[in-house]
Design a binder for this molecule. Structure first.
Ligand code: 2HA
Ligand code: ZN
Length: 277
């Protein structure tokens, strides 16, 4: 089967295209990766070529040795994912040491995203902590969430609590909370290390003044998480714009505890701290 006829490729393209339509992918902003199943690989491997050079990942991910990933290209625009897929994304194969990769399909005249170290280090963590369930890592530049990183203290407790308060279903969608990485230089190993540490416990990690990384088992799940967090951020900004930050009423810690009980989620008490007013 042709790669572009496979369901995983269709889902991959839809996710990035939907993100573009949300305004999260200006220019070449954002990137997406998917850890392929053995069945996905079987379906499309007749299209793979071993001609291209072996390249360093820029991180060591032995937990991903031998895995295949669909991944967007560096400098490529999410806008072009469906218009020119073979230029915009490709499939890579990780070597047996987890240190190098080879492009086996697509990414014509290109290479994987500059955030490949973060994507693969996150995948390595999630493959281990979810018993292989999580397969998608999605990075976008959601406008409202980025705006919040100029306003709120860059602390997981505060981002989690403020966004939970904005929509009743938020704590059900991300009960484990949200991680926050302070401003760092993107594109390298150091930010990958900091992000993947937080991915041990969170499925969403904020990059201050930059964007958000989400992890999930399906494209719908990562897109839905990104969308929910950006929408909650938008509500926060609207409420703060009108009220100057002083809400008349909100969802209280006891409300969250009641919600946790009925919806069978565990909400860590460190997010349910007492507020001044
Ligand atoms: O340009 O979003 O973080 C792609 C990016 C880098
Ligand atoms: Zn980015």
């Amino acid at each position: 089967m042709k790669v572009l006829e496979a369901q995983f490729a269709k889902n991959f393209i839809k996710c990035g295209t939907d993100g573009f339509k949300q305004g999260w992918h200006e220019r070449n902003g954002g990137n997406l990766s998917y850890r392929m199943t053995a069945e996905d690989v079987e379906e499309v491997k007749e299209n793979f070529s071993e001609d291209r050079e072996l390249l360093p990942i820029g991180a060591c991910v032995p937990g991903l040795a031998g895995e295949y990933f669909a991944v967007t290209g560096t400098g490529r625009y999410m806008r072009n994912l469906e218009l020119d897929p073979e230029q915009s994304f490709g499939i890579i194969h990780v070597d047996e040491k987890g240190e190098n990769y080879r492009i086996v399909w697509g990414l014509k005249d290109s290479r994987p995203t500059s955030e490949l170290p973060t994507h693969l280090m996150n995948h390595e963590v999630k493959k281990r902590t979810t018993q292989g369930k999580h397969r998608v890592i999605y990075h976008a530049h959601p406008t409202n969430l980025i705006a919040l990183t100029f306003i709120l203290p860059l602390e997981s407790e505060v981002f989690t609590r403020e966004l939970w308060e904005m929509m009743t279903e938020c704590p059900v969608i991300f009960p484990e909370g949200i991680g926050v990485v302070p401003w760092m230089v993107p594109g390298g190993r150091q930010i990958a290390v900091e992000t993947s540490k937080l991915m041990e416990q969170y499925n969403a990690v904020v990059w201050a003044m930059h964007g958000l990384f989400c992890s999930g088992s399906t494209f719908d799940e990562v897109f839905g998480l990104m969308h929910t967090i950006d929408k909650a951020s938008e509500i926060w900004l609207k409420v703060a714009s009108v009220t100057g930050g002083k809400k008349r009423q909100t969802i209280t810690p006891d409300n969250f505890r009641a919600l946790a009980k009925d919806f069978h989620v565990t909400l860590d008490e460190r997010f349910l701290y007492r507020k001044e007013s």
